[in-house]
Design a protein around this ligand. Structure first.
Ligand SMILES: [Mg+2]
Length: 185
């Protein structure tokens, strides 16, 4: 049961995901979470650095598809700029949207990776279908109020996994409370 919640890799950000290395593992397509994985929550534009990452993905011959629980307006507006497919209102960790993404990319579960910042949606959804899962640290701590509550449980779970040696200690960084930057006084 626990194995459904343990990512295959933990990385500090999307920029640590090396498409060429995934390609050598037999991965041909990457399912990408949007909010706090590619950009901060509800940020409308892909930044320059992210466009550079997508160029590396294309160079490695991999396909991508965004799968997000956010609204159609949010998701379609974002992927339009990247010229990649996007599935909105995905209801992760349910499997339907992951299956649709694989159909769009033309990949089998063994050829598909998932990159996301949440264990209980991105990682669990991917694991249920046997995909290769990569957990990344969230871009910012600013997020949907419901997500913030889930983070409390997720933080406790990550500390548990670290104690058992199932994920690197660096993953705890995401669970630790960070001081908010203060403006003015
Ligand atoms: Mg997310």
């Amino acid at each position: 049961m626990l194995r459904f919640f343990i990512p295959d890799e933990y990385l500090p950000s999307i920029h640590w995901v090396d498409p060429a290395r995934l390609g050598r593992r037999g991965i041909r397509g990457i399912i990408l979470d949007l909010d706090n994985t590619l950009v901060e929550w509800n940020h409308p534009e892909p930044p320059e650095e992210l466009l550079g990452w997508f160029a590396k993905v294309r160079q490695a011959g991999l396909r991508t598809c965004v799968v997000s629980n956010n609204s159609a307006a949010r998701v379609q507006g974002f992927v339009h700029r990247l010229e990649i497919p996007g599935i909105d209102k995905a209801v992760k960790p349910r499997r339907g949207a992951f299956r649709r993404a694989m159909a769009l990319m033309g990949t089998s579960p063994g050829e598909t990776a998932v990159v996301g910042d949440q264990i209980f949606t991105d990682i669990l959804g991917g694991k249920r279908l046997g995909l290769y899962t990569i957990l990344v640290a969230p871009v910012t701590r600013r997020e949907f109020i419901g997500t913030r509550l889930v983070r409390l449980v997720e933080g406790a779970f990550l500390r548990y996994l670290c104690r058992r040696g199932r994920i690197p200690v660096v993953a705890l960084e995401r669970a630790a409370p960070r001081k908010e930057r203060r403006h003015g006084h």
